[in-house]
Design a protein around this ligand. Structure first.
Ligand code: GLV
Ligand code: MN
Ligand code: MN
Ligand code: MN
Length: 396
């Protein structure tokens, strides 16, 4: 199995790799379109039909396309800027290999198995994560999704080439179970010395765009006392977010910034920063965000600047089907059950279908970074576990 994994993994390893490190696989960009073609070829090699859902999500079928009681697996191809190669693609590659493993065993599933490649999971291009699963479940309207813009002003609708189809309750109603395999994005499995785990929950999280506006002016001639520098308000907010998150046992990150005019010798007129905040429960998250925003506004008053906050996306708390999680843990030899702070399409789908996730050990825990890695041997263990789970879920 390890050799089979290595071989298939190497097919996609060069696609979208950036010489500066990691991957640039934005949704519907050239490398992601190449991966989608690769997906179609993999399906064809296995006599699996591929269907598209009009929202940018692809499905490869073992058994009848969109037949009743379908078991959905898979993940996403898109990456964050200079992200790792495993976050997403591991779930898709593992799904094809799990199908191979079951066929080699002579298994014929009673229910159709669909391998999904969801579009724009990271929100790295259009800003809203899990866009494909939000669309198919109706968590975002096609009108709103179509209008989301990337950094070059291209809308999601334009990139997709059609107006997104939006909610597809009929197709959602044909899913009997969803299982997404993903590299773990933390060190829990490494600490537990286990190659594979089962997800229990996803922390609630969200993104807030914060516009700090002040007075653009000359760096050399404007007296320090006369300045209304939004960079100061912004810098204070970064520190405040870090402190508030530490105090509440939550996570807050400001990692994306846009500065205008972005000149060494000009006090900025605008600093736009994106707050990513996550906590174990909704009440803690709400308190955290409220505290950060209050401190930003208070500081703006002092600096003579303004702050305007626009929520960009919200991912509610997810508790995966506990019966399903313990059943899967059991058939995988008491695999550990663990929560995560990372968002996934499985989380969005879990509000509609019994859903589970499998995590594959990540020895350093690093993710959303070129250093993200999982050993081939553990990936092979993941494939084996996924095959066991698909076999179990696809029986009548
Ligand atoms: C997606 O990977 C996220 O949780 O940011
Ligand atoms: Mn990710
Ligand atoms: Mn992912
Ligand atoms: Mn993710």
């Amino acid at each position: 199995m390890t050799a089979a994994f290595e071989q298939l993994w190497q097919e996609i390893a060069p696609i979208g790799r950036d010489p500066k490190g990691g991957y640039l696989r934005y949704a519907l960009s050239t490398p992601e379109l190449v991966l989608r073609d690769w997906f179609r070829n993999q399906a064809a090699r296995r006599d699996m039909d591929v269907s598209e859902d009009g929202n940018g999500n692809l499905f490869a079928w073992w058994g009848q396309s969109w037949g009743h009681d379908a078991v959905i697996t898979g993940s996403h191809f898109d990456s964050v800027p200079h992200g790792g190669g495993y976050d997403g693609p591991l779930g898709i590659v593992s799904a094809f290999l799990a199908v191979d493993a079951l066929r080699e065993r002579g298994v014929t599933p009673d229910k159709p198995i669909g391998i999904a490649a969801f579009v724009e999971e990271e929100g790295g291009r259009f800003g809203v994560p899990c866009l494909g699963s939000r669309l198919i479940t109706g968590a975002i309207t096609p009108k709103k999704a179509a209008k989301l813009r990337d950094a070059d002003g291209v809308t999601f609708g334009e990139a997709l080439g059609v107006r997104p189809a939006g909610a597809l309750p009929d197709l959602m109603g044909r899913m009997s179970a969803v299982v997404e395999l993903h590299i773990e994005q933390g060190r829990a499995l490494a600490d537990l010395d286990a190659p594979v785990g089962v997800a229990s929950a996803i922390w609630p999280h969200g993104r807030w765009r914060m516009d700090f506006t002040g007075s653009g002016d000359h760096a050399g001639t404007t007296r320090m006392a006369d300045r209304h520098d939004p960079m100061l308000t912004f810098a204070y907010t970064v520190l405040a977010a870090n402190k508030e998150a530490r105090l509440s046992g939550a996570h807050a990150t400001i990692a994306r910034v846009l500065v205008e005019p972005n000149a060494t010798n000009a006090i900025p007129s605008l600093v736009r920063g994106w707050l990513d905040a996550r906590a174990e429960d909704t009440a803690t998250l709400d308190r955290l965000v409220e505290a950060v925003l209050k401190r930003a506004h208070d500081r703006a008053e002092r600096d003579g600047t303004t702050v305007v906050v626009e929520p960009e996306s919200n991912s509610p708390q997810v508790t995966f089907d506990t019966t399903l999680a313990s059943r899967l843990s059991g058939i995988l030899g008491d695999a550990p059950i663990l929560p995560t702070g990372a968002g996934h399409d499985a989380g969005v789908l879990s509000a509609h279908v019994p859903t589970a996730m499998l995590f594959v050990r990540n020895p350093t825990g690093v993710s959303h970074s070129p250093a993200e890695h999982a050993p081939d041997k553990d990936c092979a263990a993941g494939v084996k576990a996924l095959a066991t789970v698909l076999d179990h879920l696809s029986r009548k």
